[in-house]
Design a protein around this ligand. Structure first.
Ligand code: SF4
Length: 388
């Protein structure tokens, strides 16, 4: 097992390929795949496309060819995360929740969550209790989809295809109850495609399966730094004012000389919401230790430079090709393009999300939503560096 350079030991390059092949070959197991936003704009790089080429439908076709029984979209979970996080933000702003301080910190990056647990446990009450999008999908699949489809949840095996090595650690967290059984990084998924002799670029696109397959432009931008905050603001604004925010109207300003932090104030009814986007754990530490932290209302933190498009499980550019920074920028720009071209750009307009609340969850922040879609955190000892 190779341990990458990670300050909190969350980033294990732990191979799940064999485990997934075994599940696919087990006739008594129904295997479910879900795909993160950043994966769809990077898989093609291994098959000769330029960084950023979106291959969502072709990836769905490849997963069915490999034997997956159902293919869902982590973007559906991102829309759910937006609904829950926006409701949580408004509840904290109203000051009615117990022990829920501001700023609210986003929680969809497991490396950031673990960093806070190790090094800033006194700040854990700031972390959103929302599960990350793929863990929300895993929970809904096992607790709701299984019942609707008449499948024993014990026979369901949920595989998340992620740009991220830290998601492997996250899936093992006891607090999440085994909602996700295996996490394939983008590189591992590419390896499976090659083992099966599949060139994903040559397949005809297919749609995701219904119920957890539809998503909005707000969800797809989760893959780049700033996307989570922007998506949550679109829906928090609508929940607070009844109006839709113009998605492209949000202009963020670089803060300070150190880089990595952007700021924006948004008028939310009669209150100004002070928001920040933080790129990387070094900038996060600087903000946590700064007096500015206490003056903020909402902060997004992603551990990888540029967010998940630059995640540790993404394809690495070969020598002579565009460098990793260029690849990351191209992938982020492709996700922003998908958002701009989406007919629905706000999570609260997702018809499948609306249907899930209407038929099962109730409302964002309801008792059932909390049981299924939220979690809790705990302080962890500071890791001791090993010699050698
Ligand atoms: Fe994973 Fe990096 Fe994305 Fe965090 S920013 S969720 S560590 S890929």
């Amino acid at each position: 097992q190779c341990v990458l350079r990670c300050p909190v030991g969350a980033l294990y390059e732990q191979d799940h390929v064999e485990r997934v092949w075994q599940a696919l070959h087990d006739p008594s197991t129904r295997v479910v795949a879900q795909i993160a936003p950043a994966v769809r704009v990077s898989v093609g790089e291994a098959f000769g496309t330029a960084p950023g080429a979106p291959l969502t439908g072709q990836i769905v076709a490849a997963l069915r060819w490999l034997g997956f029984d159902y293919v869902f979209d982590t973007n559906f979970g991102a829309d759910l995360t937006v609904m829950e996080e926006a409701a949580e933000l408004l509840r904290r702003l109203s000051g009615t929740g117990p022990r829920e301080p501001l700023p609210l910190l986003t929680s969809c990056c497991p490396a950031w969550v673990k960093y806070l647990e190790h090094y800033f446990p006194e700040r854990l009450a700031h972390l959103s209790t929302c599960r990350s999008p793929h863990e929300m999908v895993g929970a809904v699949v096992k607790q709701h989809f299984a019942a609707r489809a008449g499948i024993d949840p014990e026979r369901l095996f949920v595989v998340s295809i992620m740009p991220c090595t830290a998601k492997k650690f996250e899936a093992r967290r006891e607090e999440l109850g085994g909602a996700v059984d295996a996490v394939l990084t983008t590189r591992e998924f590419i390896r499976m495609l090659r083992q099966a002799g599949l060139d994903v670029t040559r397949l005809a696109p297919e749609p995701m399966d219904p119920l957890l397959g539809q998503s909005t432009g707000a969800a797809v931008i989760f893959g780049g730094s700033g996307g989570v905050a922007q998506a949550a603001l679109r829906t928090a604004y609508h929940m607070a004012t009844g109006q839709d925010l113009t998605p492209d109207a949000l202009e963020w300003t670089e803060l300070g000389a150190g880089g990595g932090i952007r700021r924006l104030d948004v008028a939310l009814g009669d209150r100004v919401l002070r928001c920040a986007i933080v790129d990387g754990l070094r900038a996060a530490r600087a903000l946590l230790e700064s007096p500015e932290f206490e003056r903020l209302d909402f902060v997004e933190v992603m551990a990888c430079p540029g967010g998940c498009v630059g995640g540790g499980g993404q394809p690495r550019p070969a020598a002579g090709e565009a460098g990793s920074v260029e690849a990351r920028l191209a992938r982020a720009s492709a996700l922003a393009g998908i958002d701009r071209a989406s007919p629905l750009r706000c999570a609260h307009h997702n018809p499948e999300v609306q249907a899930l609340y209407a038929e099962w969850l109730g409302s964002p922040g309801s008792e059932r939503s909390h049981r299924v879609l939220h979690t809790h955190y705990r302080p962890r000892a500071v890791p001791v560096a090993k010699a050698g």
